[in-house]
Design a protein around this ligand. Structure first.
Ligand code: SAH
Length: 341
């Protein structure tokens, strides 16, 4: 079956042209898909014959809501979507004053192995398709009735480990015929795959790149993030510097504060030193407890923040949203898997 929804308008036009349809047909179909049509029968301005042909050749498999949790604290909504093959992924809808933001997943599971992260337990099952990423945005919007203005790729999975598919997803949500969400309203978070960061830089997209740093020294970073063993912090920062030079976009460094692991004064000092000459800012994240992990949240977030600021680093501390609903990614999927076992 053809994965029609992962196609861009040019590919769709090519396909339908091959079937003897005029060019504007593809635009009609594209618009239907990007408004969240659940079946080809809904596409009432297409001929019956074309709808039949689409049904016979193309898969249209919208996800269903397996679980939905709404935070009583801040209105954050977490969806556990069931995909057509039975796998589940999570999406989180956060309501900020600057707009509604959706945090989407890009893989079922993850193979990066970060020690503090729930998504990686059980490894990677498979990559998502561009359509499955798009569906998380579309159906969150439709289900909630809230218009989504920002997207963050910070859910389950490593976006740069599913590179081409994620790039296609970005092109789709950016399309004027679709959701038309600007690149400046999109953030992509990576654990630091340096070759792919260079590849991304070459595309010169105006999105915000977040790098999950979590430690400024190789010993600590390799201990909590296996990816560091082959890259190293020096090379990561070199790559980030290059990224900034090519794209002109500042990088946001994510730093989950872990008790007794990465929250010492000398680590703040080393981080400040490493950031000199690389425009970017640090986002401190209070660690979310993951049941399977012995790592605990740091009690030194404020001191660490101040120490960085005193050395001229721009620091924000991430607000905790949805802490009553397992909103940090991977946790709800884990829970569901345990129930099924
Ligand atoms: N694979 C990508 C994106 C997914 S994770 C990446 O590594 O960036 C999104 C962010 O949440 C990352 O910064 C990740 O390190 C962080 N994170 C994962 N588990 C966490 C936890 N238990 N507490 C706080 N942050 C966590």
């Amino acid at each position: 079956m053809i994965d029609l929804k992962s196609m861009d308008l040019a590919e769709m036009t090519g396909l339908l042209k091959g079937w003897g349809e005029p060019a504007f047909r593809a635009r009609q179909v594209f618009r239907w898909l990007h408004r969240g049509a659940r079946s080809f029968d809904e596409m009432t301005d297409l001929s019956k014959a074309l709808r039949e042909r689409l049904k016979e050749t193309c898969a249209l498999t919208p996800p269903t809501v397996d679980r939905k949790q709404v935070s009583e604290l801040d209105g954050t909504v977490k969806y556990l979507w069931r995909l057509s093959d039975g796998n589940c992924v999570e999406t989180v809808l956060m309501r900020y004053h600057h707009g509604n933001t959706v945090c989407i997943s890009c893989q079922v599971g993850c193979r990066m192995g970060c020690r503090f992260c729930a998504s990686t337990i059980g490894g990677k099952v498979r990559d998502l398709t561009s359509a499955e990423m798009l569906d998380q945005v579309l159906f969150t919007q439709l289900d909630s009735g809230l218009e989504i203005s920002n997207i963050v790729l910070m859910g389950i999975g490593e976006p740069l480990d599913n590179f081409d598919t994620v790039m296609r997803f970005l092109e789709l949500v950016n399309s004027p015929e679709g959701l038309h969400i600007g690149m400046r309203h999109i953030s992509l978070s990576t654990c630091g795959l340096v070759e792919q960061i260079d590849k991304l830089a070459a595309l010169r997209l105006q999105l915000t790149l977040s790098v999950s740093l979590h430690a400024p020294d190789d010993e600590t970073r390799s201990q909590i993030m296996p990816v560091n063993k082959s890259v190293g912090v020096d090379k990561l920062f070199e790559t980030c510097r290059r990224y900034f030079e090519i794209t002109g976009r500042r990088i946001s460094y994510e730093y989950a504060m872990i008790d007794g692991v990465n929250d010492a004064d000398w680590q703040a000092d080393l981080l400040a030193k490493r950031l000199k000459g690389t425009p970017g800012h640090v986002n401190l994240i209070p660690l979310n407890n993951v049941a399977e992990s012995p790592l605990r949240p740091s009690r030194r977030v404020k001191e660490f923040q101040k120490r960085l600021e005193d050395q001229g680093v721009t620091v924000t501390v991430r607000r905790k949203l949805g802490s009553d609903i397992d909103a940090s990614c991977g946790q709800l999927r884990r829970k569901r898997m345990e129930e099924a076992e």
